[in-house]
Design a protein around this ligand. Structure first.
Ligand code: IPM
Ligand code: MG
Length: 372
């Protein structure tokens, strides 16, 4: 039996396949140069799965994902499938993966690399050195709440309905992830909701407060309304260390935080489940950016978010900290050298394709590895 680490790659739609091609090169590099072998399987998700199988995720692929040590996902969705009913859309494949693998904690770091400080639309003074971690609840809230649907009322009006719902255990398990991460960082956790208008937000605040008092009083806890948080992220983002929030607010605030760093093309994410009795936890790693159909197939997408996602995979699923650091260092070096994909292009820099960015990162890895 193979003892190799098992990876399932679901490249998905749009720019997914082209950025995942660069990830694959780095996965292979780990085997070649570091003796770290991965059993890699490929599968379909999203629109490409709809085309091949009629559904955005097959049961067989879901089973593969459960059996893998980690799933690496590219992106899903595109205008071609926008008119399909919700349950059959590309996005439903991703949502099913999250739900059925129990990936309740979504880690979305937003860091500003020195070389990219000018790529941010905000002033360099505001974002320099930024390093925040958003923990987004990923399997509950309005994304999955019942009842939901579009119905026609007796008076002939149509009604769209979704339900925002959280239980105390759902809140506590994700808050715990936030507190534990804060402990490894700057010991500050900001919990974000709308306790001023939503009962689910009020419960969120009460549960986080109680958990803090019971187990995490060494961490500095603050609470913030989501609208204020959106504003504070622009006004003074460095006030934050770790933010924990629900599924929908986390979706929005993480896009906003991503943009602080200059480009959605830079930001990775990890989605983690609970550890089982053997310590194994399901995990999925994906860039925060979407499928970007407007630039798909042109070899201009930024592969760095996907490469950083693989670095997170090495860190969180395989405890390979040195190798994760290596990828991050290689990227930083390449950027320092002036190479830029279109999304992070700046005056005086050299514009490059997805493939050339991948080439350069692999070369930088070679050099770092040789330097020991
Ligand atoms: C994200 C995306 C997804 C979400 C979509 C593609 C379903 O925006 O991962 O942030 O809304 O969660
Ligand atoms: Mg989103």
């Amino acid at each position: 039996m193979s003892t190799n680490r098992k990876l399932l790659i679901l490249a998905g739609d749009g720019i997914g396949p082209e950025v995942m091609r660069q990830v694959r090169r780095v996965v292979d590099w780990m085997g070649r140069r570091r003796g770290l072998h991965f059993d890699v399987k490929d599968g379909l998700v999203g629109g490409t799965s709809i085309e091949a199988n009629g559904v955005p995720l097959t049961d067989a692929t879901l089973a593969e994902a459960k059996a893998a040590d980690a799933v690496l996902l590219g992106a899903v969705g595109g205008p071609r499938w926008d008119k399909i009913e919700f349950e059959r859309r590309p996005e439903a494949g991703l949502l099913r993966l999250r739900k059925d693998l129990g990936l309740f904690a979504n880690l979305r770091p937003a860091t500003v690399l020195d070389a990219l400080v000018d790529a941010s639309p905000l002033k360099a003074d505001i974002v320099r050195g930024l390093d925040i971690m958003i923990v987004r609840e990923l399997t509950g809230g309005v994304y999955f709440g019942e009842p939901r649907g579009i119905t026609t009322l007796d008076n002939g009006e149509r009604q769209g309905l979704n339900t925002q719902v959280y239980t105390s255990s759902e809140i506590r398990r994700v808050a715990r992830v936030g507190f534990e991460l804060a402990r490894k960082r700057n010991r500050k956790l900001c919990s974000v909701e709308k306790a001023n208008v939503m009962e689910s937000g009020l419960l969120w605040r009460e549960e986080v407060t109680a958990l803090h008092a019971a187990e995490f009083s060494d961490v500095e806890l603050s609470h913030m309304y989501a609208d204020n948080c959106a504003m504070q992220l622009i006004r003074n983002p460095r006030q934050f260390d770790v933010i924990v929030t629900d599924n929908l607010f986390g979706d929005m605030l993480s896009d906003e935080a991503a943009m602080l760093t200059g480009s959605l093309g830079m930001l990775p994410s990890a989605s983690l489940g609970a550890a089982d009795a053997n310590g194994k936890r399901c995990a999925l790693y994906e860039p925060v950016h979407g499928s970007a159909p407007d630039i798909a197939g042109r070899d201009i997408a930024n592969p760095i978010a996907s490469l950083f996602s693989f670095a997170m995979c090495l860190r969180y699923s395989f405890d390979l900290t040195a190798e994760a650091d290596l990828i991050e260092k290689a990227v930083a070096q390449v950027l320092k050298g002036g190479l830029r994909t279109t999304d992070i292009m700046a005056p005086g820099m050299a514009r490059c394709s997805t493939t050339v960015m991948g080439d350069s990162i692999v070369r930088a890895l070679d050099k770092l590895h040789a330097a020991g």
